[in-house]
Design a protein around this ligand. Sequence first.
Ligand code: GLN
Length: 303
Amino acid sequence: MDMQEILDEIVAHVAPLCLQGEVASYIPSLGEVSPDSFGICVAMADGEVFGAGDWQKPFSIQSISKVFSLALVMSYDYDSIWKRVFREPSGTPFNSMVQLEADRGIPRNPFINAGALVVTDRLLSITGDAAASVRGLLRQESGNPEVEIDALVAASEADHGHRNASMAHLLASYGNLENPVDEVLDSYFKQCALAMSCEDLAKASRFLARHGVAAGGTPFLSPNQSKRVNAVMLTCGTYDAAGEFAYRVGLPGKSGVGGGIVAIVPGRCSITVWGPALGPNGNSVAGIAALDEFTAKTGWSIF
Ligand code: GLN
């Protein structure tokens, strides 16, 4: 199998799809990204890296950061987070609040915004600076010391953050935040505003393809924890399109409204795709098509 040839073909095939869907425009700085960018990177568990298209161009990782904050919390504090957040698919959009009140302040899973706020809150209590901890992990695992928070995106997110703020207040009203609402929101907006390329992200998520083993060869998560993070990605990583994603791609995956998606082939590789135009559920249209083609061509899926 010639991996480079596969990736080059995928880039050629998905290019027309880049103009389907809408670039996220809820904050001005994301709306300015050109929709016709597309990149793909495959980081093999054994270290080889392949890329095609705009695979070295940084983009806003947004909700993909939720994988790393969850992994960090689990690495410090294996199980206690699950008293504060469920691990069931929500079947609702990432920023929905309808279930939060019905469930008395316990979010359905750590990958919708409400759940991610709880995870970030826990990380803030553990490390004192949640966004810096996520950035530290991403720098270490990607090998890129220049991974940085885009201050403009973070500020813009805060300026347009009424919905996330109302969610954080609702969580606090149920006693499900340990830190002041403003501090939790600040950390959450910053972690979402990290800018990385497909290459950085594929390398940084490789520990999930290596049963928890970090870049330096030491365990970051146990094999069981790594399995659990992958399981939550499969069932909840693409929100109310998780069923469709599993059907088309057949891998654990996590998307962000910046247009990136990270997918994991346990034991084999991590893959990152990026195409900024999003479908109705907030997932990259070209990105899902590329992963669909990748798993069809390679036969690599968990099923
Ligand atoms: N920062 C975005 C938000 O909180 C992240 C959402 C996403 O990427 N799905 O709304």
